[in-house]
Design a protein around this ligand. Structure first.
Ligand code: ARG
Length: 587
């Protein structure tokens, strides 16, 4: 289905042209002044310059011409040159009916589906998932789902940090604790044990201990660095330990991501890119792109016209080691070979922006990725605590994601226990669904680049701009539908021309689903879907306050309302799903 704003443009086109103005100037947006109009056409302003006329004159002429249209109940020119529009209620009801009957609520899927890689999650193996990784997981999962809903072939890759110094630290700490293990016996020739020499909880204690030790103990740090290099050059005993670290840690990571309702198609990591590095370096040198600078190998990425100075991208350190950028470039070689993506979206902390500018530019310069392939960096801000600083545990440590989720679920549980609306056997599950939505909505409702404050009381509130508020609205609609006994036949009911301002407002909002999803996708901005959901929920609640749906005596009118609120519920549920949230049965 065409978007309603596009249909308005089409309707205005003959009027513009009949007055002698080019259609390219027509712009139509939803109005942010509902007291004045529902839609606004700004075409006259743009045309005024080209035709050297006053915008109001153009707006006046076009308005006169368009007056007979059955699409508009009102069209008028306003200073300095706006064209204000209200839709005819019959037309709007028809369009809303079509939205309700459409499998995607009016959204047209991509005419040319793209293959898109979303790089998100970014957990580091052997380190517990902490709140710093929350945003990447939550935002990335939404972008993946939105892209798929748009009809694209989206591949989510967790891109694990599985090849760094943490591995050497664990290996050497293990040596200090259990020197008798065969991995440390140079003369050992048998098969290494199948079973890992540690459990996940031991591993989670080993890494921080080793990391602490390396800060104080220079020799230990040196050993860890050597062990890392040895692992990276393929030394079998260390490779065997690495496999254990991977399997133990991965099982735990998968469980944690699943709890977040986040899933990946690819569980690749930096280690998978390593085999491409020698070829990458040789190619960069052959093409004359990489050169030696203070012993390191670098690629210039600055461009003429840059507003800032961009340092070159270092692809090899003076000691021969590969770097983060090298891994990311090598990963791109693998992705191009395996998937030939039409687009990339990286969802990473915005403090890594320079790194990605360097990697993207170097990749295009080297011809690894085509010049015209869009590479988006969706950089997000920090989640802060109420006192201003980055989010920490009470004793100042890094908060584990699991702990954070448990805290929020516990708080929700307490609340639903007090309210007594949820049957006892549903409470735990309901608290989880609400808690997760509270957390995710609290994050996603902010523009990703901005920092935000984690405020548990606000996030779990059933009122205001929160996830639970949206869920509460959905639950409320479900309960009306249940009482009405609509069942399947709601599909057969017809949405009627709105009889009140609040009813019309709800119809207008429900017709905006495709606009919201499209702009969230194009602008890589999931918060647009939160904004849209909040607007739909508000419109529903206003409508509900004013109209006693269940007591309505005009049965046709009542059926139309049931159809309308069924659509509101379906659209809200779809939006929730696009953001990786669910809604409970009761709350
Ligand atoms: N593991 C990294 C970190 O914790 C994030 C990885 C982001 N993705 C990438 N392709 N570099 O900072």
């Amino acid at each position: 289905m065409k978007k309603i704003v596009d249909l308005i443009i089409e309707e205005l086109t003959p009027a513009f042209e009949a007055c002698g103005y080019d259609r390219q100037y027509i712009r139509v947006t939803r109005s942010n002044r509902p007291d004045l109009c529902e839609f606004q056409c700004n075409g006259a302003m743009a045309a005024a310059k080209a035709y050297k006329k006053k915008p109001i004159e153009i707006a006046g002429e076009v308005t006169e011409r368009a007056k007979g249209s059955r699409m508009f109940s009102e069209i008028s020119a306003a200073l300095p040159g706006f064209i204000n529009i209200r839709l005819d209620p019959d037309y709007l009801a028809e369009y809303t009916g079509a939205v309700a009957g459409d499998g995607k609520y009016g959204l047209e899927t991509a005419a040319q589906p793209e293959t898109i890689i979303v790089d998100y999650g970014g957990a580091n193996v052997a380190k517990p998932l902490h709140v710093g990784h929350l945003r990447s997981a939550v935002i990335g999962e939404s972008m993946k789902r939105i892209g798929r809903y748009m009809g694209h072939h989206v591949i989510g890759d967790v891109h694990l940090g599985d090849w760094g110094l943490q591995m050497g630290l664990i290996i050497e700490e293990l040596r200090d604790r259990q020197p008798e293990l065969p991995y440390f016996d140079e003369s050992f020739e048998g098969e290494f044990p199948q079973e890992a020499p540690f459990t996940i909880s031991e591993l989670e204690e080993i890494y921080p201990a080793a990391s602490e030790k390396s800060k104080k103990d220079e020799a230990f740090r040196e050993r860890a660095q050597q062990a890392t290099l040895k692992l990276q050059s393929g030394y079998p005993p260390f490779r065997a330990i690495w496999e254990h670290i991977m399997s133990v840690s991965l099982a735990d990571l998968k469980k944690n991501y699943a709890n977040l309702n986040v899933s990946f198609d690819l569980w690749k990591g930096e280690s998978d890119a390593q085999s491409y590095i020698p070829g990458l370096i040789a190619d960069l040198v052959d093409k004359g792109l990489a050169y030696e600078s203070e012993g390191a190998l670098v690629v210039d990425i600055a461009k003429e016209g840059d507003a800032k100075e961009y340092p070159p991208c270092i692809v090899r350190k003076s000691d021969g080691a590969a770097l983060y950028a090298t891994s990311d470039l090598a990963t791109l070689i693998e992705r191009e070979k395996d998937f030939k993506p039409d687009r990339y979206i990286y969802v990473v902390d915005k403090r890594q922006e320079l790194h990605f500018i360097q990697v993207f530019r170097a990749a295009k310069k080297a011809g690894i990725v085509k010049e015209e392939t869009p590479m988006a960096f969706l950089g997000f801000g920090t989640m802060n605590s109420k006192d201003g600083g980055p989010f920490k545990t009470r004793d100042g440590g890094v908060m584990r994601l699991e702990t954070l989720i448990n805290e929020i679920v516990k708080a929700v549980y307490k609340k639903i226990e007090e309210k007594q609306k949820v049957p006892e056997n549903e409470r735990q599950r309901t608290a989880q669904i609400i808690g997760l939505a509270a957390l995710k909505y609290g994050d996603l409702s902010n523009q990703a680049t901005k920092d935000y404050v984690f405020d548990i009381d606000r996030f779990i509130s059933f009122e205001g701009n929160t996830g639970p508020h949206i869920q509460y609205t959905i639950v409320r609609i479900k309960s009306i539908l249940e009482k009405y006994g609509a069942g399947e036949d709601a599909e057969m009911m017809r949405i009627l021309p709105a009889g009140s301002a609040t009813e019309k407002e709800l119809q207008l909002k429900l017709c905006g689903f495709s606009e919201a999803v499209e702009s969230a996708f194009i602008e890589t901005a999931p918060h647009k879907i939160c904004q849209y959901m909040a607007a739909v929920a508000d419109a529903f609640n206003d409508f509900y306050q004013e109209n006693k749906i269940l007591a309505e005596e005009d049965k046709k009118r009542q059926a139309g309302w049931i159809r309308l609120i069924t659509l509101a519920k379906d659209i809200l549920n779809t939006c929730m799903d696009l953001l990786g949230m669910d809604s409970p049965e009761h709350m």
